[in-house]
Design a protein around this ligand. Structure first.
Ligand SMILES: Cc1cc2nc3c(=O)[nH]c(=O)nc-3n(C[C@H](O)[C@H](O)[C@H](O)COP(=O)(O)OP(=O)(O)OC[C@H]3O[C@@H](n4cnc5c(N)ncnc54)[C@H](O)[C@@H]3O)c2cc1C
Length: 709
């Protein structure tokens, strides 16, 4: 197709067909053409339309002259109709050619970077196109080709183009009806007319902005704006998101109040990352003991009380607590209030404390209220006294038979802990594999270890009902249409986390939510109230401590300085880890994401079973998998499965963030023997797989020649 287009364009220039598309030629041939038109009206119209479509379809110069000819030949009405359809069809052909030839390459190469553009096109594409069509600064052929590279729908492109080009078409066709009087093309569009077109073009965009402004005003109209404010910022929730927000606000000397109704540190410190990692450590220690022979010890055993392990978990929390304490934040300049916040107006937050209710007026609010475990409405669930990631930390007796409902990161981490500590763990997952967001080979590696450690993984099982029979709790699950009964002593529900959006003013103010029932924020962390921001689990889309902290920076800075400059939250390099054994860490794309997003990639893999340090440490398993741009060393994403994967991936996070490729990682000295060498070795695998084979053959011949052979 490309060759055909090139050939047609070449014919146009080689045979100098351009000479027939000039004002002078048209004027000299006008009588001849008109007489031909009179004798063959339909044929002339068809030839004319075809010529128009070919010229615009091939992005050749001459459309303006053709449009004038249309006016001269067919008059204002028919000229406009014919030109309007022919030009739009031609433009659409050019659009489709660009799309067919280049869009996949462009989208797969720059897919991630084009994300914002694609979202913009998805949301406002028609408006932008309309503006471009009407503001005569942008050459039409460029618009056709550029739009073909985006995800704009063809039908949208067609009708918006036809509509947007209509005023211009009218002006030129009308001018064509007076062809004899036209001396040059530049005179056709007067500056005033050009200006009117530009105005018409930006009108829809301005209207949209205006409508948004009115809607925002309407939102605020219900409340009286205070003349003075107590605060610059009020932050709701002292978890990872809220702590970082208030820290930043205090650092730049804003007056900020942080309100926490429960415990400072939020989920991460009290019921999430910290206790889970502490429990994982104890369980891991025990797992090593079970492998004592492998390490050269005879029979090794240990006495332990589960309650003591859970006490250690609490003592770890106590040790970390000062980092997130009221005292620390007060010393940093944050006013911390222990109480329940309620947003009563866009500029006022009421706090209910043990001493009563206090009202704070504020210029901006950041909501960082977190999330809670989602409890599915399974019949009988209310009778079984289930555990969640909030309550499991109160357990002091190890459950004999523990069901873990859910095969996501939290379910997997805790299932393995309890299995290692001695529970019989049955993990129920309705999907065909654990850790569904990761690639299948990752799920397989984790599942293989889980099975080896005695976890009873039940995939494709859907929990349907809970019953209690003879004082025994039973889960009834559906497995491929069959009813499966699973008795248990305790059950941990870990099938996801729902944002905290109720009971503190979000519904009352009408703060918009996403379909996933998280607070809807724009790229600046702003809600539909431009002075109310949200970050962390309550906003999503990620639910990690580090992403909450990352968003918090944007929420704080935009809330305090947004009137000067706003910063878009940068989601270009988001890493995470699941702390199972083997650990799973990821940054950027994995294979299933790349396939879903239609992004081309090369993949290289290094098996950690080959790594000296891993062998010495008895952790010779797992892999490093890197996705790169085809033929280049640019990293698109990395998955590491294995010991310390969450730490090892830091090198790739840095590399991706700063555009460092595998060649540079390969050229960096890594200490021997360390696990981190795996990163260098995977870069080595890439290098070998991309070695220039042709050049190497020549080198072989060269060396042979040196040897005189
Ligand atoms: C078991 C488990 C393990 C996890 N492990 C990891 C991990 O290893 N790594 C990782 O990155 N992430 C992990 N997470 C996720 C992490 O804990 C969360 O992403 C993080 O805590 C989110 O922080 P946040 O500030 O958004 O919310 P939160 O930490 O939930 O804080 C929100 C706070 O807001 C308070 N609040 C709510 N409403 C009000 C109100 N009206 N007035 C006053 N205060 C209010 C709440 O009491 C809470 O303290 C884990 C989570 C769980 C459950």
């Amino acid at each position: 197709m490309l060759l055909l287009i090139i050939a047609m364009v070449a014919v146009f220039y080689v045979f100098d067909l351009q000479q027939y598309l000039t004002l002078d030629w048209l004027k000299t041939q006008q009588t001849l053409i008109e007489s031909y038109h009179r004798s063959h009206p339909v044929l002339t119209m068809m030839i004319y339309a075809l010529a128009y479509i070919v010229v615009t379809g091939l992005s050749l110069p001459g459309a303006v002259v053709l449009t004038l000819a249309g006016g001269a030949l067919f008059g204002l009405l028919w000229g406009t109709v014919i030109v309007s359809f022919a030009s739009t069809i031609g433009a659409t052909l050019a659009f489709l050619a660009a799309r067919f030839l280049f869009r996949d390459t462009v989208q797969s190469r720059f897919g991630q970077r084009l994300q914002a553009l694609n979202q913009g096109i998805d949301k406002d594409g028609a408006l932008y196109l309309f503006t471009l069509r009407l503001v005569p600064v942008f050459p039409f052929f460029l618009i056709n080709l550029a739009m073909g590279l985006t995800l704009l729908r063809t039908w949208t492109f067609y009708w918006v183009s036809q509509l947007g080009m209509l005023p211009g078409t009218l002006v030129y066709v009308n001018a064509g009806t007076q062809l004899a009087k036209i001396e040059s093309m530049s005179g056709i569009l007067s500056p005033a007319l050009l200006g009117s077109f530009a105005l018409l073009g930006v009108f829809p965009l301005l209207t949209k902005k205006f409508v948004n402004m009115i809607q925002t005003r309407k939102l605020y109209a219900k409340w009286q704006k205070p003349r003075h404010f107590d605060n610059n910022l009020v932050v709701i929730g002292a978890g990872s998101g809220g702590l970082v927000t208030s820290y930043i606000a205090a650092a730049v000397k804003a007056k900020v109040t942080l309100i926490e109704k429960h415990k400072m540190g939020g989920d991460c410190l009290n019921t999430g990352c910290v206790p889970s990692k502490a429990l994982i450590r104890s369980a891991k220690w025990l797992s090593h003991l079970k492998r004592s022979k492998e390490f050269g010890f005879g029979q090794a055993s240990v006495d332990f009380e589960f309650a003591d392990i859970m006490k250690r978990v609490q003592s770890v929390i106590k040790t970390v607590e000062p980092h997130d304490s009221i005292e620390r934040y007060a010393a940093l300049g944050v006013e911390v209030i222990q109480g329940e916040a309620n947003i009563v107006s866009p500029w006022e937050v009421q706090v209910t404390t043990a001493d009563g209710v206090k009202a704070i007026t504020t210029r901006s609010i950041v909501i960082a209220a977190g999330a809670h475990p989602f409890i599915p409405p399974i019949p009988g669930i209310e009778k079984i006294n289930y555990l969640t990631s909030d309550s499991i930390w109160h357990l002091r007796q190890l459950p004999k038979r523990l069901i873990v409902l859910g095969g996501g990161p939290i379910g997997c981490e805790l299932a393995q802990c309890f299995a290692r500590l001695g529970s019989y763990v049955i993990q129920i997952e309705m999907l065909p594999r654990l850790l569904i967001r990761e690639d299948p080979d990752v799920s397989e590696a984790v599942m293989a270890r889980f099975k080896q450690e005695g976890i009873d993984c039940r995939l494709e099982h859907t929990a349907k009902q809970f019953v209690i029979e003879n004082e025994e709790k039973i889960l009834i699950a559906d497995y491929h249409g069959q009813q499966v009964r699973i008795p248990f002593d305790e059950i941990l529900i870990s099938i996801g986390r729902a944002a905290n959006v109720q009971g503190y003013g979000v519904e009352a103010l009408g703060i918009a939510l996403t379909p996933r029932k998280t607070i809807d924020t724009n790229p600046f962390q702003e809600t539909n109230y431009p002075n109310i921001y949200a970050c962390g689990d309550v906003a999503g889309p990620y639910q990690f401590t580090h992403t909450a902290a990352h968003q918090a920076w944007y929420a704080a800075v935009n809330a305090l300085f947004g009137q000067f400059k706003k910063f878009r939250t940068d989601y270009s390099v988001i890493p995470w880890a699941t702390f199972t054994d083997p650990e799973v860490a990821r940054v950027g794309l994995n294979e299933q994401d790349a396939k879903q997003q239609d992004i081309d990639y090369d993949v290289v893999r290094y098996g950690i079973d080959d790594l000296d340090r891993a062998i010495a440490d008895g952790v010779a398993h797992g892999f490093v998998k890197v996705l790169t741009q085809p033929g280049k060393d640019k990293i698109l994403g990395v998955t590491i499965v294995g010991e310390h994967a969450g730490d090892l991936i830091a090198e790739f996070i840095l590399a991706m963030k700063h555009g460092i490729g595998l060649n540079k990682i390969l050229g960096t000295i890594h200490i021997y023997p360390t696990m981190a060498e795996a990163n260098k070795y995977v870069a080595g695998v890439w290098k070998r797989e991309h070695a220039p084979q042709g050049l190497l053959k020549w080198l072989e011949r060269y060396h042979a020649w040196l040897r005189g052979q």
